[in-house]
Ligand binder design. Structure first.
Ligand code: GLA
Length: 745
């Protein structure tokens, strides 16, 4: 007995010993595990530390192919207040253990446990350009797959997370990021975009100091107020000397953009260890996604990139990436047709004869596409009625849309139409029939904005109705383009048709259904092109841009305001999608500011051009000038919207001057726009030294508007235009100039 007991004891001791050895061997193997992705001019690396936690290791300039990245190692505790779980940057931190920094994932389990600690399990995919990494909670059956892929050209990474509940009970996800990004300890400047209706795209820049800066939307949509994009520039000062302004054309910049059109949040956190962490994904505000056993929650994608050519380099990478990988016609979307839209001219007063007359005038100046805006459907006379009733208004269009569409085609243009599919006016047949279809909490007030309510697109029947009427509209009419509007944000986001604990899924399901409608329509009608509009630029993000070809930048078409809006816009988005209309002067904003047609045209020609003026009031000279400039635009459009953009002089903060330059990919052409907005004390235009040309090539100068200062050569080398530079005699108020350089040798 004694002996056998002894044997048993030593046998179990042996078992324990071998398990410990196995675990040690495994953790040693894990320690060495480093995953590395290289693309463009950047490298990203992460690894598993001795505790089994996934840790970011490197993000920056591209490393040599044989360089090794030191293995992950957890950081020590800081005094008794911060455990290694807080001091060690986690690649995707579960809220649990001793975490005090921003978590990526926070979950409440059915038994009340809220502790979540994710450890690495295995790589599910590992190629030079993509990695999938499976994490699991230390004891519960919660699995997270982190997905990474890197674009070999731009080095932009796409990151997302898939969260799976394999517990026997449901769990509630209260916070789920798409990704967390970690930057090395240094001084940084944060750039981000904010705004409001008619005032989108303000670029803000501030030093990143202790604490967190939150940029977000709680509105159920992307929002005008902030855009899901950031850029972080490494300051040239040291930690001791403090920050310096972010460089436009030099210095290191890390940037990112979220592909999500619902409520979102990006938190930029400066930790006590001087590390900067960026966490972004679903906005945790009012979030509570019930995940039943076996269900997954897939986060949006958070794109991130690195440039060592300043903010200018960062935005050029993003522009190329959007063109090559995001837009529906990627990798080679055609330049946008020049459109005419009568919204500012006629507002809701559309009818067959009036639109036909405008179409004739638009065709005469070289417009490619005629778009009829709001007012053509239901009982729509103003914004009090009609949304939801997507039948053609018989009084305004007694013969349907066909005669107008035929007329537009006969003039050599294609036809586009305004819709606002997710909305309903209480004064509509649709609302009278289905008052329960809107977002609302039963028994509570339903707040209207612009006299309208939001249809609950999360409901399958509402989703099908919306897809159904759009499909019918596109099947019955020869429509090339939809301007898809969305003129309010959510309020009272109730969804009482599903059990209480599932109602907050509305934040995810609404947007997924929106995307799936857009995807279905594009599949059924492969020629259709779509603009994302939301009272201007309220829904612009890399999520909606997978399904839409362009965006309405802002309802503010004042050409001077547009210069700084367009400047801000291009930090995050390509000019290809940036619709810019020429409208009337005096302009309705800014106390009827007066500007010349040339100034308005040149301001708008920096993006994808449209005409939104009342052509019935144009003079013969206006028609002639517009026709000449539209022809000039057509001849250089590809360079403007697809080339490399250099913001030479910023119009921000009431600058007297501004200038942009775009250079074609093959460096055969450059187009420059310059504006003297309100010069003071007779100051002359700053010397224009260009960028991005081939220094050894010869370029010929031709003027689109304006003229050279005496002594400017007609032809000179790229080196001359870049180093010697060119003088412009541009002074006064709202004076424009534009020229092109074409490689002649
Ligand atoms: C929004 C759009 C405008 C116009 C109106 C129509 O404000 O941004 O361009 O289409 O709706 O109601």
């Amino acid at each position: 007995m004694k002996i056998s007991r002894k044997i048993r004891l030593s046998y179990s001791a042996f078992l324990i010993l071998s398990l410990t050895l196995l675990a040690a061997a495994r953790s040693k193997a894990q320690t060495a595990e480093v995953f590395r992705l290289d693309g463009g001019n950047s490298t990203y690396a992460l690894g598993v530390n001795e505790h089994g936690e996934l840790q970011p290791l490197y993000w920056g300039g591209r490393l040599g192919p044989h360089d090794t990245v030191p293995a992950a190692r957890s950081f020590p505790e800081k005094a008794s207040f911060d455990s290694p779980y807080t001091t060690t940057p986690e690649e995707y931190a579960g809220w649990g253990a001793g975490l005090f920094t921003e978590p990526a994932l926070k979950i409440t389990f059915a038994d009340g446990n809220r502790d979540l600690v994710l450890h690495f399990v295995r790589a599910t995919q590992n190629s030079p350009e993509a990695v999938g990494l499976l994490l699991k909670d230390i004891s519960r059956e919660i699995y997270v797959t982190l997905r990474y892929s890197i674009d070999p050209d731009t080095g932009i990474l796409a990151r997302s997370a898939d969260i799976e509940n394999r517990e026997k009970q449901p769990v509630v996800i209260e916070q789920a990021a798409a990704a967390q990004w970690t930057l090395p300890p240094a001084r940084y400047t944060l750039s981000y975009l904010t705004g409001r209706w008619a005032g989108e795209w303000t670029l803000n820049q501030e030093p990143i100091l202790g604490g967190a800066r939150v940029i977000e939307s709680r509105r159920g949509t992307t929002g005008h107020q902030a855009n899901p994009w950031f850029a972080i520039s490494r300051d040239s000062g040291s930690l001791a000397t403090g920050p310096f302004a972010a460089g436009e054309e030099n210095g290191e910049v890390w940037f990112g953009a979220l592909a999500w059109s619902g409520s979102w949040r990006i938190t930029v956190e400066h930790t006590q260890l001087d590390t900067v962490r960026v966490t972004g994904g679903f906005n945790p505000f009012d979030f509570g996604y019930k995940l039943k056993p076996g269900e997954h929650l897939e986060t949006p994608v958070f794109y991130g990139g690195y440039s060592d050519h300043g903010l200018g380099g960062a935005s050029r990478l993003l522009h190329h990436f959007e063109i090559a990988h995001i837009l529906p016609e990627a990798p080679d979307p055609k330049p946008r047709p020049v459109i005419y839209n009568s919204w500012e001219a006629t507002e809701f007063r559309v009818d067959e004869a009036g639109q036909m007359a405008l179409a004739e005038k638009a065709a005469s100046i070289g417009v490619d596409r005629f778009v009829m805006d709001d007012g053509w459907f239901g009982q729509r006379k103003d914004d009090h009625a009609g949304l939801g009733d997507w039948y053609v208004n018989q009084e305004k269009f007694p013969h349907g849309l066909k005669p107008l569409i035929d007329k537009v085609h006969s003039l050599g243009m294609d036809f586009g139409l305004w819709v606002e599919p997710e909305m309903v006016n209480p004064n509509s047949d649709l609302y009278r029939k289905h008052p329960d279809w809107v977002l609302n909490f039963p028994g509570r007030p339903r707040s209207e904005s612009r006299n309208q309510l939001v249809l609950n697109l999360a409901r399958p029947d509402v989703r099908d109705y919306v897809e159904g009427f759009l499909d019918k509209l596109l099947t019955e009419n020869d429509i090339a383009f939809l301007k898809w509007d969305y003129n309010r944000n959510w309020s009272e986001p109730g969804w009482d048709q599903v059990p209480v604990e599932e109602q907050k899924r509305v934040y995810v399901e609404f947007i997924r259904n929106l995307y799936s409608i857009l995807a279905d329509l594009r599949k059924k009608h492969p020629r259709i092109e779509i603009e994302s509009c939301s009272g201007g630029g309220g829904r612009v993000d890399l999520g909606i841009l997978r399904y839409t070809d362009e965006v309405w930048t802002s309802d503010n078409t004042d050409p001077f305001d547009r210069l700084s809006m367009q400047d801000g816009f291009t930090y995050a988005y390509t000019p290809q999608i940036m619709m810019a209309w020429v409208t009337d002067s005096p302009h309705w904003l800014n106390n009827k500011r007066v500007t010349s047609l040339a100034y308005r045209m040149l301001s708008a020609m920096q993006g994808s051009l449209g005409i939104g003026a009342n052509l019935n009031q144009w003079t013969a000279e206006d028609f002639a000038a517009a026709k000449r400039l539209i022809a000039a635009y057509h001849s250089v459009q590809r360079t403007i919207v697809r080339g490399d953009l250099y913001r030479l002089i910023s119009p921000r903060e009431g600058s007297e001057f501004s200038a942009t330059e775009t250079v074609a990919a093959d460096k055969n052409q450059a187009v420059v726009f310059a504006f003297a907005n309100a010069t003071q004390e007779g100051r002359g235009f700053p010397l224009l030294q260009l960028h991005g040309l081939d220094p050894n090539a010869e370029y010929k100068l031709s003027w689109i508007a304006g003229q050279a200062s005496p002594g400017t050569p007609d032809t000179a080398s790229g080196a001359w235009w870049m180093h010697h530079g060119l003088e412009l005699d541009l002074r006064g108020d709202f004076q424009p100039a534009a020229f092109r350089l074409d490689r002649s040798r």
